[in-house]
Design a protein around this ligand. Structure first.
Ligand SMILES: Cc1cc2nc3c(=O)[nH]c(=O)nc-3n(C[C@H](O)[C@H](O)[C@H](O)COP(=O)(O)OP(=O)(O)OC[C@H]3O[C@@H](n4cnc5c(N)ncnc54)[C@H](O)[C@@H]3O)c2cc1C
Length: 463
């Protein structure tokens, strides 16, 4: 069994199949330098800690352990297959173009493992069969289709069909023994991970959230309140299955229904990426192809550092830099600010988020960035531009979130904190704030930036 982003033993279709079809199983994880090196510190720590937790779980349930190997999966997976004389490889599919290309390479390498190419003692095993399951989404790609057998480019119809699609049977692990195959040492995180690692911690988070999910519809947009589940990293690494999440939270109140709908967004972006892999870098429609993005390194740096002079934007960017996570409402505001106020290419923002987010996940990150930029499927219309001050007044009304992440503004009143440059100078000074010194003045004027965006970002008519 080749684990990738399904680091759990329950509700894991590939693991269930492997352990119920064979007497012995190797639990393998390949640490691919290309992925590990591109992950920022938070995701790397979370991955390493999750691997240690998976190893602990395997040891607790059997005599076996997790076999971790550094290297290129196209080399390592066949090597391990050969070393133990395995007859089959089990895995859960992944959808990003990177993962798809990698998996093709691994499958091609396995195809070449004909009996005459195997170690003499394993020749009788014959060819290796690869069995691919789906364990990272609620519904597998290709199972939620329009009448024309495509993936809807509009979310609501997708969601309606998604909600009516029956779940595939719940898999239960079999009784295979897990081999304790030597590998490389388990990687050790250089600092504690952002989230308590492993499947049991994920389940606790899920169960805790389920007790307050009724309030989700109201609290989900308030970044100062712990109103969302904070399960995105668990869903990214697969320490929890999205089907278990759906089952535990359930339906029956507007909050629960709204939360389950978010899992449909997650599926939708993944299903779309399977059909339109070019979305990783290209807009959905040709009319957005030739936008004259600004070349503005200092604007980009101010955004990255949380020093734009817009307190809500800065609070979000600092939360990201310090924790590897950012509240969804603030992700939307910071993304809109980069693209629409600074006119900077969404792909730069996507790359920065991808590096730092503990939950960075190609379909979700790309889908949401394209949504924010107005260039993706069913995206926010390009002329809908988030005002960073009114968003702040609405969703962080008493400024609690800003005070947490931009402490130099903590002394300002709830009226002044959203736009300190508009506050009475005496009040600003009394709060110990020196604009342009202890905290920056706005790097752009939002209404001017809005006009510039509307001029530059006028899409050409569809071809
Ligand atoms: C610019 C931008 C970039 C983003 N990048 C990512 C990313 O790389 N990885 C990621 O998982 N989410 C991403 N999101 C979506 C969303 O912000 C996070 O999933 C959410 O904040 C995670 O917190 P939570 O688990 O408490 O969410 P909850 O509100 O509790 O939602 C439950 C789950 O539903 C899914 N979900 C929620 N909102 C969305 C959404 N808009 N799109 C897709 N799935 C969603 C997530 O898996 C989430 O864990 C991004 C959003 C924006 C605006």
């Amino acid at each position: 069994m080749w684990f990738r982003r399904d680091l759990r033993l329950d509700d894991n279709p590939a693991w269930a199949q492997a352990t119920s079809s064979h007497e012995q199983v190797v639990a393998l994880f390949v640490l691919d330098r290309r992925l590990v090196d591109s992950a920022g510190p938070f995701r790397r720590r979370q991955l390493f800690a999750n691997l240690i937790a998976l190893d602990d779980e395997l040891r607790a349930r059997s005599d076996g352990s997790l076999c971790v190997r550094w290297g290129d999966p196209a080399v390592v997976v066949p090597e391990v297959i050969d070393a133990v004389g395995a007859s089959a490889l089990y895995l859960n599919a992944d959808v990003s173009p990177f993962a798809t290309a990698r998996d093709h390479k691994v499958m091609a390498a396995i195809e070449r493992m004909t009996p005459e190419h195997r170690a003499p003692e394993h020749r009788a095993t014959g060819r290796v069969t690869a069995r691919v399951s789906h364990g990272t989404l609620v519904h597998p790609p290709g199972s939620v289709l329009t009448r024309a057998k495509g993936v809807s480019k509009v979310f609501t119809p997708f969601w309606r069909t998604w909600a009516d699609t029956p779940l595939e049977p719940w898999p239960t692990p079999g009784g295979a023994s897990v081999l304790a195959l030597g590998g490389d040492p388990l990687p050790v995180p250089d600092a504690p991970p952002p989230m308590a690692p492993g499947a049991s911690a994920a389940l606790e988070r899920l169960e805790r959230f389920a007790t307050r999910a009724d309030a989700y519809a109201i609290e989900r947009d308030l970044p100062a309140t712990a109103g969302t589940s904070e399960l995105s990293a668990d869903l990214k690494f697969g320490t929890v299955s999205p089907r278990t999440a759906l089952d535990v939270v359930g339906h029956g109140s507007p909050g629960r229904d709204a939360w389950c709908r978010q899992l449909a967004w997650r599926d939708w972006y993944a299903h779309l990426l399977v059909v339109h892999p070019q979305l990783v870098t290209e807009p959905m429609a040709d009319k957005y192809r030739d936008i004259a993005w600004a070349d503005d390194p200092s604007g980009f740096e101010a955004w990255r550092a949380g020093r734009t002079g817009y307190p809500l934007v800065d609070a979000g960017m600092r939360q990201l830099a310090e924790t590897g996570w950012m509240h969804n409402r603030v992700r939307m505001v910071t993304a809109s600010f980069l693209v629409k106020d600074l006119l900077i290419d969404w792909r730069l923002g996507e790359r920065h988020f991808r590096h730092l987010l503990v939950d960075a996940d190609t379909p979700q990150n790309v889908g949401n960035w394209q949504w924010s930029a107005g260039t993706g499927p069913d995206a926010a219309p390009y002329h809908r531009i988030m005002n960073p001050v009114t968003q702040s007044q609405r969703f962080d009304a008493d400024g609690g979130y800003i005070r947490c992440w931009v402490p130099e503004l903590a002394g300002l009143s709830a009226q002044a904190i959203h736009a300190p440059w508009r506050a009475p100078p005496l009040e600003v000074a009394a709060a110990g704030v020196s604009l342009g010194d202890s905290y920056p003045l706005p790097i752009v004027d939002h209404s001017e930036a809005r006009k510039r965006f509307m001029t530059v970002f006028r899409p050409s008519p569809d071809a």
